[in-house]
Ligand binder design. Structure first.
Ligand SMILES: [Zn+2]
Length: 153
C-alpha cells in the first residue's frame, strides 16, 4: 500500500485525483503500477487500477511471470491488486475480468465504491470469478491524500 500511495502522489501534478494502484505477482514482485491519469491523457477510463492491470498484463506477456505461463495468456491469476481508494464500477469490472486473486484497498468510497460500499461487484455471487477482498489498509493515509487534494481545489 505504501507503493500505491507513492503512485497516488504522482497524480496531482497533472490535476488528477491522487489514486494509486500496484499489481503484485504471487511472490511479491511488482508487475505493474498506475495512478489516475484522466486529465493527463484525456482518457475517461484512465483510472489507476485499469492502468496498473494493463501494465501487469504487459509485463507478464513480456516474460515477467512464472516460466510455465502460456504465451498470450492475459489472465492475472495469482496476482494481487492494491489500490489506495475503493474501486469504482468500471474498475471492479476490470478486476473481475483480469482474474486477479486478491484486491486490497485503503480508503472507502461511500459515493461510488463498487467493492463493498455502494455496490459489491467483485463478490456478487452471480459472477464466476470472485477475488478475495481486504479493505481499510492504511485507510487514514489513503483518505488524507484525497482530502488534501480536494481541499486545495
Ligand atoms: Zn475506477
Amino acid at each position: 500500500m505504501r507503493r500505491a500511495l507513492a503512485e497516488a502522489a504522482l497524480a496531482p501534478a497533472t490535476g488528477d485525483v491522487p489514486v494509486g494502484a500496484v499489481v503484485l505477482a504471487a511472490d511479491g514482485t511488482v508487475l505493474g503500477t498506475g495512478h489516475n491519469a484522466r486529465e493527463a491523457t484525456g482518457d475517461p477510463t484512465a483510472h489507476a487500477e485499469v492502468l496498473a492491470l494493463r501494465a501487469a498484463a504487459e509485463a507478464l506477456a513480456a516474460g515477467a511471470g512464472p516460466a510455465d505461463r502460456r504465451p498470450g495468456d492475459w489472465r492475472l491469476t495469482g496476482c494481487t491488486l492494491v489500490v489506495t481508494l475503493e474501486p469504482c464500477t468500471m474498475c471492479a469490472g476490470a478486476i473481475v475480468l483480469s482474474r486477479v486473486d486478491r484486491v486490497v484497498y485503503g480508503a472507502y468510497d461511500a459515493k461510488a465504491g463498487a467493492v463493498g460500499s455502494l455496490w459489491d461487484v467483485v463478490r456478487d455471487r452471480r459472477i464466476n470469478h470472485r477475488p478475495e477482498v481486504i479493505t481499510g489498509v492504511l485507510e487514514p493515509d489513503c483518505a488524507a491524500a484525497l482530502t488534501a487534494f480536494f481541499r486545495a481545489r
